[in-house]
Every structure is written in C-alpha cells, then in structure tokens.
Design a protein around this ligand. Sequence first.
Ligand SMILES: NC(=O)c1ccc[n+]([C@@H]2O[C@H](COP(=O)([O-])OP(=O)(O)OC[C@H]3O[C@@H](n4cnc5c(N)ncnc54)[C@H](O)[C@@H]3O)[C@@H](O)[C@H]2O)c1
Length: 319
Amino acid sequence: MPSSIARANRIAVIGAGNVGVTFAYSLMHSGLASEIVLLDLDKKRTEGEVMDLNHAVPYLRTVAVWCGDYEDVAGAAVTVISAGVGQKPGESRLELLKRNVDVFQKIVPKVVENNPDGIILIATNPVDILTYVTQKISGLPKERVIGSGTILDTARFRYLLGQHFRVDAQSVHAYIIGEHGDSEVPVWSTADIGSLKVEEFAKGYQISFDDKVKEEIFTKTRDAAYHIIERKGATYYAVAVGLVRIVEAVLRDQKTVLSVSSLIEPEYECVSDVSLSLPSVISRAGIEKVLRLKLCEEEASALCHSADVLKETLGQLEV
Ligand SMILES: NC(=O)c1ccc[n+]([C@@H]2O[C@H](COP(=O)([O-])OP(=O)(O)OC[C@H]3O[C@@H](n4cnc5c(N)ncnc54)[C@H](O)[C@@H]3O)[C@@H](O)[C@H]2O)c1
C-alpha cells in the first residue's frame, strides 16, 4: 500500500469480481486515478488480479494498484461497490435481494467509518434498491450516494439509435430513465441527433422510424443483459466504462449530465422517497442537480409506474 498522504485521486473498489476488476482495468487506461485499492472476500483471487493489473502499469500511466482492507478506503474520492452474491438454485429474486442487502449492511458502515467524506458509487444489482438502502444505512447526504442506474441502458439506447440512424452514438442525445431493469423508460420526446429531434432526422433523411422500430430499439436496449448473459454468463465491459465516466465527472469536477440513480426528493412527477435514474449533473460534490425533464404524458406515467415497482420491492424489505 502506498504511504502517500495525498490521496486526492484514490478510488476504492469493493467486490473484485467481473465488474470490479474490469472497472479497475478501464480506470487504469483512463489515467484518472493515482491509486486504486481493491477489496474482496476472496483475498487470494484479488491478489492475483492485482498482480496481473500491476504488470500493465509500465505500458499505461502510473498508478498504484493494491489489494487492501477497509482502512485503505480512507480518503478515496469514490468507493465503487460491485460486491454481491449470485442467485442460488431455486432462490427467488427477493431472497437474493435480501442476501445482497445483508452484504451491504456489512460493507457500507465500514466504508463510512473509514471514509465519511467520500462518494459511494453502487453497481451491484438491483442497483436502484441498493442505492436507496446504501443511502439509508450510510446516513450520507443523498448527493454522495450514486447508483450507476441507467448509465448502461442509456449507452445501449444511444448505441442502437446510432446504428439505426447511421450516426456516431456520441452524437445521439437520448436517455433511459427510471429503474435499471424491466420498468425502465425511454425518453423519446427529447431524443435528438445534432439538435434535430429523431423524428425530424428520420423524415429528413428517409429513415424508417415508426412505432415498430421504436419498440424494437427499446426492447433490445431493455433486454440486452438477458441476451448477453445467455451467451457469456455476465456483462461487465460497458458498465465498467460507464462507472469510469461517472468517476471522471467527479474527479474532474466536470458537471457532466449523466443518467444515474439517486434518492429522489422532493417529489418529481409522482416519484418520491425512492432511488431511480434521471439525468443528473455530476461534479466533485456528487450529484449537484437532478434534472426535472419535461416528459410527455405517456413517459411521465411510465416513470410513475417504474417508481411504484421499486417502491413495492422496498416495501417488502422494510428499510
Ligand atoms: N449496474 C449495472 O449496470 C450492472 C451491470 C453488470 C453487473 N452488475 C451487477 O454487479 C454485481 C457484480 O457482478 P459481477 O459479475 O462482478 O459478479 P462477481 O460474482 O464476478 O463479483 C462479485 C464479487 O463480490 C464479492 N463479494 C461478495 N460479498 C462480499 C463482501 N461482503 N465483501 C467484499 N466482497 C464481496 C465476491 O467475492 C465476488 O468477487 C452483480 O450484482 C451484477 O448484477 C450491475
């Protein structure tokens, strides 16, 4: 572990599985962090990951990577939690969730005790529920508890729209909001390409864009994880890069608008006291603003439904 007291760009990762290690690897490429500490229950495997990661340092920008303990979370600007347990045969989603809440009940107090001033960024699923739970357990201001939320779904949506319209996905401005999951909501009413509404773009360049196409793009976005997991067992590259993008906005105080999950209060539409994703301004302070979108009626009611789905689950947890 480095002895340096200057820990401005220390990032901690709790849960060094597929997501945690891929995030660390992507972060190393970004050159954003000076120190990356990885923690996992499986210390031996984490040591192996750290050795492998460190052997890339001579060809990347200098960064200290080590396998640490909770004391090493001290001073981290962001602590990413990607720790979780997998589904046991015959286990319901709720039972699995309760076990992951137990995992968070062990992790979060130790993070806060060692690092009361840092930001916690949650990736573990169900990410909106665990973002809410983390905020409650930690007692941190809601600005400093961020869930990766729909950052991944928004990336998938933009990628698919870019493919359909044959433009760079980076020139597509469109968001998925609400739950990171089955009830998520595509915001078609504000989606644009280079400031042209997608409908206008389609009309102007004779590209098919009817309800069937929209449904197809959204379904592929929403169900992407199922298709990937069916083929390779897990998803981790895109979420890892999404996490790096959030960390970049924090470390560089960028005030970037990203769709992430946070505790929504005061009430927005019919959403309150629940964590879900809306485009939010992210800076060194965490979530500076949650944008109040002008949704059409259909989108607003879909967002309310998404909030209700999440609230129902929270009700079963009694948090
Ligand atoms: N938010 C997203 O968009 C998104 C995308 C992909 C995956 N995920 C989620 O991320 C989580 C991790 O996925 P993965 O593929 O990396 O799983 P994984 O099984 O590869 O890694 C999980 C790690 O957590 C560790 N762990 C469990 N309990 C712990 C504890 N108490 N303390 C420290 N470490 C602990 C395990 O040892 C394991 O190494 C899952 O919940 C998955 O659903 C989220």
